[in-house]
Design a protein around this ligand. Structure first.
Ligand SMILES: Nc1nc2c(ncn2[C@@H]2O[C@H](COP(=O)(O)OP(=O)(O)OP(=O)(O)O)[C@@H](O)[C@H]2O)c(=O)[nH]1
Ligand SMILES: [Mg+2]
Length: 200
């Protein structure tokens, strides 16, 4: 099985992307493998609409565990199974809560062993504030350069400031592949599917 880690700052849109992309690939019920730091993995089964209601939030650090779902991507005459893993948001500062720091450390460990990475950057936020592209974004892009399949996803492209943010993201990472996406309109989802179906 191929594994893809979904990373990004808090609130970049990682969890909603995972849910909506699974729905785009015809998953109706999400079977999530949830691994909180230091705990055994348990399975959480949720219909897509409940997953959206329960796992996505406007507050920072809603996700504090690795949450993996298996999706099937058609590749020529067969199907490639990909384990897509949602992570805890990473930020430049040292978080005051120990549980969040542990969850971020878990994300960083997962990054070291990830086969492929999708790194989300909130394009609308980057459009509103040029400093929203953080050192942690730059570090991950640098870490992944030449390491394996990697793409930056410029997220929330349905929002008004996202086109300017996309320009800023492209300027900040001229060497990286950048795919503009929206988990509301599904913009860019076929491009992400093509990325998954590509050569690994
Ligand atoms: N308009 C719009 N809003 C989005 C999109 N993706 C996510 N959001 C919103 O952004 C907020 C954060 O989304 P999440 O998916 O929870 O973000 P996350 O990166 O998983 O956040 P943490 O788990 O806290 O790190 C929620 O209010 C979502 O509804 C998008 O494509 N378009
Ligand atoms: Mg999340």
């Amino acid at each position: 099985m191929n594994t893809v880690l979904v990373t990004g700052q808090p609130r970049a849109g990682k969890t909603l992307f995972l849910i909506q992309f699974a729905a785009f690939l015809n998953v109706q019920e999400l079977r999530l493998h949830v691994t909180a730091p230091g705990e055994p993995t348990h399975i959480l089964t949720l219909p897509i609409s409940r997953a959206r209601a329960e796992l996505v939030d406007g507050a920072d650090h809603k996700t504090r565990a690795l949450q993996a779902v298996d999706v099937e991507v058609p590749v020529r005459k067969h199907v490639r199974v990909i384990r897509l893993t949602d992570t805890t948001g990473l930020s430049d500062d040292i978080h005051q809560e120990a549980a969040v720091r542990e969850a971020m450390a878990q994300t960083l460990r997962a990054l070291r062993s990830a086969e492929a990475v999708l790194h989300l950057i909130d394009a609308d936020r980057a459009g509103r504030d040029g400093r929203a592209i953080a050192d942690v974004d730059r570090e991950i892009v640098r870490f992944m350069a030449g390491r394996g399949p990697f793409s930056v996803l410029a997220s929330k492209m349905d929002l008004p400031q996202a086109p300017l943010g996309l320009e800023r993201i492209r300027r900040a990472f001229p060497e990286a592949r950048v795919i503009p996406v929206s988990s509301v309109t599904r913009l860019g989802f076929p491009d992400v599917r093509r990325f998954f179906a590509g050569r690994w």
